[in-house]
Write a protein that binds this ligand. Structure first.
Ligand SMILES: [Zn+2]
Length: 630
């Protein structure tokens, strides 16, 4: 019998493929299953160390390296990992665009320049400065004689882009630099890549003036523990790249061994920051460079380098963000206008018409690189961040409709960018955070015109609650609920009542006094209780609201509400009963101004307690108006 032409012929490829499939372990496994006698690269002690964990390098699931912990100082190191070769130029164009537009944390990078008597600094050397943003800022923003010594490809790229002084070599103690020594030497996130820190630190010290200060930053071994999240561990324990993860104690000992007598180390945000010098130096780890100088620097660089769309976008968006953060609103308007004009021209993307900003990205099965490049040619990677700060500015200007539309565009764009970054094996916390915040701000603004939508949006975010910025998340629930109830749309915001109530009860249990924002939410819960006939409960919430107010006038208003709940209208006093009923009904429709005149008209002008009754009603209504306009 002939085989049908419709027969699907059996093939064995699936079985073959399945046979080849590897069992791959998670990238990090906490496994204390080995001991070895090792010498700690940080404190220099030789001891029997216990293995802490083993981990795979990024994108190399088959390799595994064991991380050992030094008992005396707590420093972690990978004794068997070879130094990593960093000269990869694969996808260098995409990597540059990502770094320049969004990846580089410029503000954090330049902070160390202000920590140790910056007014005495005239010369600055960065060792392994990478792309070189902070060297560029030191030179052009602060006027220091500055150079970056770094043999990497990205350092050459940065120097060509920004035009700062660059030495494409490794620093060593027996190869003194022609224009050294320097008042300030900084090495940020480099020492963890070196297997033996002593020659490296000796080289840093050799470049330092005898009165100068050395600044070193590196990941903190104190942040490596089994309770830490994988996201937190990922940038610290990078197996195969990071060779030594210092403890604060280990770093201090290594710096002293290099001849630095005065060493200060702090741990902050999973990073160690150290200032080391031969002579005493005043250190302030909270200091930051002058904000006006920073803004001037960003603007000058934006304009000088505007020919390159990536450099323009990198400086223009950071400028907008900085202006909004520091409340320099006129400068922020200029920054937004400049960016709007430019992106309209370059990408046909209009920040002035946020409804039209709808970036799309679909990851194809094949040719991932081409899809990413196509997206990159049509958008900037800092799009969501730009939209967020544009929204903040419009909100500040009182253009709430535009602000809401910009927040929505930001939230949409952040979702798309997340997919793009994932396809690039990258992640951007700033973009994610902007997207989350924007979604919450959009809901808070939506309650003005569409409380149903605001509620839907808040509820849609509940599954992601853990990754949202908590303060803003709670505030958004309160604001949408309170604005809804206090403007007479209680039914629409009713689904949030339970969440808001739980939030306020939690505050009460922890005995933290309520903030005014929580107070308005309490007042809204009071009004809800009152309108559903629960006068005692209403009195409780009005009392909470009164206590939360910092303004004496507002406190009085809510005390008035509370007291009114305590008095039941006298039976037979139909005028007062009618007045209360009328007020409640009109308020429920959001028409408090009308409620006032109606209610007042119902009270007999000749009754003996006329003034007291009017005062109660009047203050209550006045406060409603006050709330709505504030
Ligand atoms: Zn040690």
């Amino acid at each position: 019998m002939a085989v049908s032409s419709l027969t699907i012929r059996p093939r064995r490829t699936a079985a073959v493929k399945q046979g080849k499939k590897l069992w791959v372990e998670p990238w990090v496994v906490w496994r204390q299953d080995a001991f070895r006698e090792l010498t700690c690269p940080a404190c220099g002690e030789t001891s029997v160390m216990e293995k802490h964990l083993d981990a795979s390098p990024p994108f190399e699931p088959r390799k595994r390296y064991a991380l050992y912990a030094c008992g005396p100082c707590g420093t972690l190191h990978y004794p068997d990992a070879p130094p990593f070769e960093y000269e990869s130029r694969k996808d260098a164009d995409i990597a540059r665009k990502f770094y320049v537009e969004i990846g580089a944390g410029l503000d954090a990078m330049i902070a160390p320049l202000a920590w140790a008597e910056p007014e005495r600094v005239k010369s600055y050397l960065e060792v392994g400065g990478g792309y070189g943003f902070s060297v560029d800022f030191a030179a052009r923003g602060l006027g220091w004689r500055a150079a970056n010594i770094d043999p990497s490809f990205i350092a050459r790229t940065g120097a060509a882009d920004l035009g700062h002084k660059h030495l494409p070599e490794y620093l060593s103690a027996d190869n003194p630099l022609p224009d050294g020594p320097f008042d300030r030497v900084l090495s940020s996130e480099v020492i963890e890549h070196v297997s033996n820190p002593d020659p490296f630190l000796a080289a840093l010290v050799s470049a330092l003036d005898k009165d100068g200060a050395l600044i070193v930053t590196t990941p903190d071994a104190g942040a490596v523990h089994p309770a830490a999240s994988l996201d937190a561990l990922r940038p610290i324990i990078v197996a195969g790249h990071h060779l030594v993860i210092f403890s604060a104690k280990g770093l201090e000992i290594a710096l002293r061994r290099a001849g630095m007598e005065h060493v200060s180390v702090i741990a902050r945000d999973q990073t160690l920051y150290a200032v080391a010098a031969r002579k005493p130096v005043e250190v302030d780890f909270t200091a930051r460079p002058d904000r006006q100088i920073y803004r001037q620097y960003l603007k000058a660089r934006r304009d000088a380098l505007s020919e390159d769309p990536t450099l323009h976008a990198g400086f223009a968006v950071r400028l907008l963000k900085e202006c909004v953060h520091t409340g320099a609103w006129d400068e922020a308007r200029e920054a937004l206008e400049n960016l709007t004009t430019r992106w309209r021209r370059d990408y046909g993307l209009d920040l002035g018409a946020p409804q039209s900003v709808r970036p799309r990205f679909v990851l194809p099965e094949k040719n991932r690189g081409r899809a990413i490049r196509k997206f990159a040619a049509n958008h900037c990677f800092n799009l969501a961040v730009a939209l967020f700060y544009a929204a903040r500015l419009r909100e500040q200007d009182g253009d709430l409709d535009k602000a809401e539309a910009l927040y929505r565009a930001c939230s949409r764009s952040a979702k798309t960018l997340r997919k793009v970054f994932e396809a690039m094996f990258a992640a951007c916390r700033e973009t994610e955070d902007a997207g989350h915040r924007a979604a919450l701000h959009a809901a808070m603004l939506a309650v003005r015109t569409d409380p149903d939508r605001a509620v839907r949006e808040i509820l849609a975010l509940t599954p992601d609650a853990a990754s949202l910025p908590q303060d803003l998340w709670l505030e958004a629930q309160r604001r949408v609920f309170a604005d809804g109830v206090l403007t007479g749309r209680r039914e629409a915001v009713e689904p949030l009542a339970l969440m808001v109530q739980a939030q306020l009860l939690a505050s009460a249990q922890s005995e933290t006094p309520l903030t005014p924002s929580q107070g308005y939410a309490a007042a809204a819960l009071g009004m809800r209780a009152e309108q559903t006939g629960h006068r005692e409960e209403a009195a409780h919430w009005y009392d909470q609201a009164a206590h939360a107010m910092s303004d004496a006038g507002e406190r009085k208003v809510f005390e008035g509400y509370r007291d009114r709940m305590m008095v039941t209208p006298q039976s037979g006093d139909t005028a007062i009963e009618a007045a209360f009923a009328e007020i409640s009904a009109l308020e429920a429709e959001g028409r408090s101004w009308k409620a006032r005149s109606k209610a007042l008209a119902l009270i007999d002008p000749d009754r003996p307690d006329h003034d007291a009754v009017v005062a109660t009603l009047g203050s209550r209504l006045a406060s409603l108006e006050h709330y709505r306009t504030s």
